[in-house]
Each structure stands twice: as structure tokens, then as C-alpha cells.
Write a protein that binds this ligand. Structure first.
Ligand SMILES: Cc1cc2nc3c(=O)[nH]c(=O)nc-3n(C[C@H](O)[C@H](O)[C@H](O)COP(=O)(O)OP(=O)(O)OC[C@H]3O[C@@H](n4cnc5c(N)ncnc54)[C@H](O)[C@@H]3O)c2cc1C
Length: 392
């Protein structure tokens, strides 16, 4: 029998995170969004509260939980404090902990997981390149074998938090496209520790963008960056086998963020719709206002059900690629619809920065474009699930 109720442990996670986030109110996130400054105080509070320990194995002093609990934490953080607050959990628990615990070798694995749990690192995931776009097989950042390691040269773009990162997961070509038997061979995933990189070898340039502005997107330039062989995650040339673990966990995380954010804006819009009086009655009495909010609730509930299933599949070593993609797709669309309707509910006030709705609307749009644009989810479903001819 399927148990739909969250466990006592999961309920407790929600309560504790909700209590932590209550110290970081809208004014805090609005200020960070305005200046683009990293939310240092919140990051420290997460570390001190043990939140980066969630999916670190028990034998290393961690809580030993899975992506199901990480997704609950991400969902709760988004629901209480918005997208940037929850994205930080993804950066550490998904990009770092999940990848390192699954693919890094000892003793690097144990050292980094302990340091991560103490909040000593910020991780960036460097995949997207200016010329390759969504076609990851077209990346040109290269890693040439040299001595007992590899030397990385190339450029990435849109890397979240790269200007603050102490660790980077970098996808690079270890074999050129024309030298591989299978088109997915020849890519490798490198774990770069920035403490070992000489000044100037990794340069970052901030992009002035509109989503999660306090975390920041960057161009990243790699020049002769040496990475020891033991920092290859998975096998050399077989990065394509490692990436799904990371990308599926990321899709579950972005779905959870979207859904949490959607719930936040629906709650705000509902409260406003009850209070705002026009034509001598609350605007929420009009179905034109009420129905889109009710539909948002339905969309968010459905997306959450599939996100939880994807997390369960991942935690039970089952293929979660279909449900993770569907969750990311539905979650992002539901969040954007909800925040758009929240702006409509707020009327002109929705555009005022101090209503916070416009910030949530900007943030909610992101996951329809990246990490996986909705067109690519539909391409994947069309081909892999429905068996239609490959369209890309
Ligand atoms: C705020 C922000 C943060 C990000 N953070 C990171 C990060 O931390 N790390 C990282 O590696 N990347 C990051 N990204 C990059 C993000 O994942 C990409 O922007 C996204 O994957 C789209 O790639 P692109 O921008 O190159 O679009 P393009 O590849 O240029 O595509 C443009 C549009 O064309 C569509 N398209 C292209 N080919 C097809 C096709 N065959 N069929 C149908 N439609 C198609 C795409 O779906 C998209 O809508 C971030 C992006 C943003 C905006």
C-alpha cells in the first residue's frame, strides 16, 4: 500500500526549517535581490542548523537521509522564503553532497563531505557553454591529460554562484567528438577545488540578470586549470553516465523549488484577495480572481505528487528520469502560472517591489528555461516515452 503521509521525521524537518526561515523575512530577501549580494547570514544559519548534513552518510556524521528529504527541505524553504533560499540547499545537498557521495573517491569523498556539512564550501555546476546551448554534446571546454591529472581550458556561461564557489563540478571534453565510437563518449566530470587553482586560472564575470539575483549568474573562464586524476567523478570519457544522477536530482530539486514558490505566491494572493475591497466586496469573491488561484492549487498538488515519486525512485535506485523531467516541467509551469495570477490579483501593487510578488514572478520564470528548457523535456518525453522519432 502506498503511504501518502509524510513521516514524523519529514514533518519535523518542515517545522525546523520553517522556524529557521522565519528569521529571514521578505525585507531580507528583497534587500539581497536589490544589491545582488550573497545571503551570507542565511547561508551560515543553514550550516549551523545542520541543513547541509541532510544527505551526508551516517558514517561521516551526517543525517543519512535521501533526496526525498532534501526535496522536502527545498520545498519548505521556497514556500517560506522564496527561490534563492531554496536554491542554496540545492547547490550544497544536490550539486555537492549527492554527486560527491555517489562518485568521488576516498579520501577526497570523506574530507569534502565533512567540510560541506560544516558549511565550508559553495558549489557551482558548470555545464552550459555559450556556443553549445542545450546541446551538451557540443561543448568544447577541453581537459587534456598531463602528468597525473588533466588541464582544463575553455569557457562556461550562466554558472550560478561561480563568483563565490570554492568547488566546481566541471563538464569537459577529454576526447574530441570525431575520436569517439559513441557520440555520448568523450565527456568527463571534474571536481575542481578552487583552493588548488592559481590566481587568474579561473576568472568569473557576473551577468546582470533577473532571476535569483543574490546568487548571481556568471561567465567562467578556465585557463590551464590543473585537476588531479582522483578528482574525476566516475570514469574518464564516461561523464554521460554520471550526469543523469546529477541532472535528475537537479530536476527534482528545481521542481520542489518551483512548487514551494508557487504555494508561497498562492498564499499571498489568497490573503490579499480576502482583504482588498473593490466594488464594496473582497476581490476574491469574483471567480475571475478565485478560479486561477484554485487552478494553481490543483496544478501545484499534481506537480508535487510526481516530484515525490521521482525522489522516491531516485532514493530506491530506480530510473527516475521520466518522473523527474515531468516534475520539473509541471512544477515550473505551475509556479509561473501561479505567480502570474498573483500579480493579476494584486493589480498595480503586484509591480511594486515591496509587495515581493514581482520578484517571485521573475524567479518563477527561470525553471521554464533552465536547467532544462520545457522544449527539451517534451523532446525527451516524445522520443523516450512515446517512441516518436527523435526531433533534435
Ligand atoms: C539564471 C540562470 C541560471 C543558470 N544556472 C546554470 C548553472 O548553474 N549551470 C549551468 O551549467 N547552466 C546554468 N544555466 C543555463 C541554463 O541551463 C540554460 O540557459 C538552458 O539550458 C538553455 O540553454 P541556452 O540558454 O544555451 O539556450 P539555447 O540552447 O540557445 O536554446 C534557446 C531556446 O531554443 C530551444 N531549443 C533549442 N534546440 C531545440 C530543439 N531541438 N527543439 C526544441 N527547442 C529547442 C531551447 O529549448 C530554448 O528555449 C542558467 C541559466 C539561467 C538563465
Amino acid at each position: 500500500m502506498i503511504d501518502y503521509e509524510e513521516s514524523d521525521e519529514q514533518k519535523l524537518l518542515r517545522e525546523s526549517l520553517s522556524s529557521l526561515t522565519s528569521s529571514f523575512q521578505d525585507e531580507y530577501w528583497r534587500g539581497k535581490d536589490e544589491t545582488g549580494d550573497f545571503p551570507e547570514e542565511y547561508f551560515r544559519a543553514l550550516a549551523e542548523g545542520g541543513w547541509f548534513n541532510l544527505n551526508v552518510p551516517n558514517e561521516l556524521g551526517g543525517a543519512g537521509l535521501g533526496i526525498s528529504e532534501v526535496s522536502i527541505a527545498i520545498h519548505e524553504a521556497a514556500k517560506r522564503s522564496g527561490m534563492a533560499a531554496s536554491d542554496l540547499l540545492m547547490a550544497i545537498c544536490v550539486f555537492a553532497n549527492q554527486t560527491i557521495k555517489t562518485f568521488a573517491k576516498s579520501p577526497l569523498r570523506e574530507r569534502l563531505l565533512r567540510e560541506l556539512a560544516r558549511g565550508e564550501h559553495i558549489m557551482s555546476f558548470c555545464l552550459t557553454e555559450p556556443e553549445a546551448g542545450v546541446n551538451a554534446l557540443d561543448i568544447t571546454t577541453g581537459a587534456n591529460e598531463e602528468g597525473d591529472g588533466y588541464v582544463i581550458n575553455g569557457q562556461k556561461i550562466w554558472t550560478t554562484l561561480a563568483h563565490k564557489a570554492t568547488l566546481m563540478n566541471v563538464v569537459a571534453r577529454t576526447k574530441q567528438k570525431d575520436k569517439v565510437a559513441k557520440r555520448t563518449d568523450g565527456l568527463s566530470l571534474f571536481l575542481v577545488e578552487l583552493k588548488d587553482v592559481k590566481p587568474g586560472q579561473i576568472r568569473t564575470k557576473r551577468i546582470d540578470d533577473t532571476a535569483m539575483r543574490c546568487l548571481g549568474s556568471n561567465e567562467v573562464f578556465f585557463q590551464d586549470v590543473y585537476v588531479p586524476r582522483e578528482n574525476v567523478l566516475g570514469q574518464v570519457d564516461r561523464g554521460w553516465d554520471v550526469l543523469p544522477v546529477l541532472l535528475n536530482a537537479e530536476r527534482i530539486a528545481t521542481a520542489s523549488m518551483s512548487i514551494g514558490l508557487g504555494e508561497l505566491v498562492v498564499e499571498k494572493a489568497v490573503n490579499y484577495a480576502k482583504e482588498r475591497i473593490v466594488f464594496s466586496r473582497p476581490i476574491g469573491k469574483n471567480q475571475a480572481i478565485q478560479f486561477p488561484l484554485a487552478r494553481s492549487k490543483a496544478d501545484l498538488e499534481c506537480a508535487w505528487a510526481i516530484a515525490q515519486r521521482a525522489a522516491w525512485e531516485l532514493d530506491h535506485d530506480k530510473d527516475c528520469s521520466v518522473s523527474a523531467n515531468i516534475a520539473a516541467y509541471l512544477g515550473a509551469r505551475a509556479a509561473f502560472f501561479a505567480s502570474d495570477k498573483a500579480i493579476q490579483t494584486y493589480g498595480g501593487l503586484g509591480y511594486a517591489k515591496n509587495s515581493d510578488i514581482e520578484r517571485h514572478w521573475r524567479d518563477s520564470r527561470l525553471f521554464r528555461t533552465g536547467p532544462v528548457p520545457e522544449e527539451m523535456v517534451l523532446n525527451f518525453l516524445g522520443q523516450r516515452v512515446l517512441g516518436l522519432p527523435r526531433s533534435y
